[in-house]
Every structure is written in C-alpha cells, then in structure tokens.
Design a binder for this molecule. Structure first.
Ligand code: A3P
Length: 296
C-alpha cells in the first residue's frame, strides 16, 4: 500500500548538534517557531522515560479521575507530540495542535535547548519525567526494535555505545536530563523520577496535582493511581499504543507496554557492560548531582 511505501526507518539528521528523525529535522523551522498559549502544559521527557504514564496521570487529573473522558481518544490525539512529523496522511504534531484550542497538553522529547522559545516567553508549566539511564536505555532498545520508523537498533552491545555517545534519536540522555535539571528552578519545571513514581505513585500524583493547581478528593486520587497502574494502562486501548498501525509499531517484536519496572537492566547488562557503562556514566555525570536510582 501507499502507507507501507512511505513509512520506513528514517535516518537521523542533526539540528544544532542533536540527532533527530529526518522528517523532524526537515520541518525544524515550523517546529521551533511554534508558539504555545500561556495556559498550555508541556510534558517533556527523553524517549522511554515514562512519557505516556505521565500523560495519563495529567489527563485524569484534568478530568477529575473520569476514566471515560480519558478514553475519548488515543494518547497521541489527546496530547499532540509537538515535533513529530510523519508522511501524510498521518497528521503532524503541529497540525493536531492547530486544530485544538488551549489549554492543551503537549508532549515533547526535545532537549531543553531545542524547546521553542515561546514556551519560556509565555511561562508555560513544564513537567519533566526522568528515568535512570540503564532502564531508560533498555526500554529504548526494545522500542527501537519495534518502532519501524526509527533507525535499526543493531546488536545490544553496540546499542549501549550509541546511547553513551548520544547517537540515538533525540540525542544524549546525559545532556537531556542535565539540561532540564539545570533550569528547573529558574523555569519552574516540575522534575519527576520514574523510580519515585513506581515507589510511591500516590505521593507523585499528588505532587503533579499541586503543581497544576488542581485539587481532587482522596478517593479520586486513589482511583487515578489505580487507573495509571502498569496493568490497567497495558489493557487500555487508548493508552497502550496498540492504536498505532502494526506496520509502524510492531507489537510482535516487543509491546509498547513492555514491563514497566525499575531494575530490568540487570537482565540485559553483562558485568563487563555494567562496569564500562558505570565508568562512562561517572564521567558524563560528574558535574551534576541528580539523584537517580537504578533500583528501588
Ligand atoms: P519498559 O520498556 O521498561 O516497559 P514512554 O511512554 O516514555 O515511551 O515510556 C515507555 C516506558 O514506560 C515503557 O517501559 C513502558 O512499559 C513504561 N510504562 C508505561 N506506562 C507505565 C505505567 N503505568 N507504569 C509503569 N511503567 C509504565
């Protein structure tokens, strides 16, 4: 079919030194000049850090825990993905945004230096979700296998090096987490951790609620925690990415909702790979004190 011909594993192309999917780089002028409304909320993450989970929590908070309301459309339609650009007929993030009235919840994987100026000028709220490097890397590896619009991940050992060298789509994990961390006070960014969410989801959902100046009852808070558990989201067709055609996301290779755990990296890294990775990590993260945890 036509769709099958136009969809393929895109190469990466750099924008200001950051490798992005080629169609995103080609559309860069329009993306970077997007101007949000001050009421818009940005959810920013490095790919596979828990974006979808955060999006579902935010949507439920904004709808006072109404599960039906949050099943009105798939995640990608409820919260446009700012920079995503695909061949027609798949709408780009900018197209979806142009059809929605503020306040909107917008997803991005852009590193902070590439986020359109308008978000800062208009003092938009920004939620950043970060995940420890090793689990983030494992999750990205399986995602790159099943997402047939991303470059081939290649063998696992080589993939570790691509991650360490910042050669994957959206660039360096290290620069990404450090960039938002450095700006979080100045720009009023709510900086969250995947591991904290797993450890005590209720506490973290409450933090998000407060950041958004919302207030929901204790019962509803509990309900939101239940509705955003891994098991429930895995079975929610509007949140589990089964809405993406199988010629783009192939769940027979790896499901989008894969494991949702902290510490799965131990089943992937050999002791030698751990040593190499940890040494490099210490070098790349020397200048910062972000409290990442690789197990809970
Ligand atoms: P795994 O591949 O480790 O399972 P993103 O939404 O940023 O693409 O991140 C996807 C990762 O978050 C996947 O990790 C996915 O399983 C996990 N995830 C999604 N929803 C989750 C939830 N409710 N609880 C825990 N993990 C979740």
């Amino acid at each position: 079919t036509k769709a099958r011909d136009s969809l393929h594993r895109f190469p990466l192309k750099k924008v200001r030194g950051v490798p992005l999917l080629e169609p995103v780089a080609q559309n860069w002028e329009s993306i970077s000049s997007f101007c949000p409304d001050p009421s818009d909320l940005l959810i920013a993450t490095y790919p596979k850090a828990g974006t979808t989970w955060t999006q579902e929590i935010v949507d439920l908070l904004l709808h006072n825990g109404d599960a039906e309301a949050c099943r009105r459309a798939p995640t990608i339609v409820r919260n446009p993905f700012l920079e995503i650009t695909a061949p027609p007929p798949i709408p780009s993030g900018l197209e979806l945004l142009s059809r929605m009235k503020p306040p909107r919840v917008i997803k991005t994987h852009l590193p902070i230096q590439l986020v359109p100026e308008g978000f800062w000028k208009n003092k938009c709220k920004v939620i950043y979700m970060a995940r420890n490097a090793k689990d983030n890397l494992v999750s990205y590896y399986h995602f790159d296998r099943m997402n047939l619009s991303h470059p081939e991940p290649g063998p696992w050992d080589g993939y570790i090096h691509k991650f360490m060298n910042g050669e994957l789509a959206w660039g360096s994990w290290y620069d990404h987490v450090k960039g938002y961390w450095a700006e979080k006070e100045k720009s009023n960014i709510l900086y969250l951790f995947f591991e904290d969410m797993k450890e005590n989801p209720r506490r973290e959902v409450e933090r998000i609620m407060q950041y958004l100046d919302l207030s929901v009852s204790d019962d509803i808070l509990e309900r939101i925690v239940d509705l955003t558990s891994f098991e429930v989201m895995k079975n929610n067709p509007m949140a589990n990415y089964t809405f993406i055609p199988k010629i783009v996301f192939d769940p027979s290779i790896s499901p989008f909702m894969r494991k949702g755990e902290v510490g799965d990296w131990v089943h992937h890294f050999t002791p030698e790979q751990t040593k190499l990775f940890d040494e490099d990590y210490a070098r790349q993260m020397r200048s910062t004190n972000i409290p990442f945890r690789t197990n809970i």
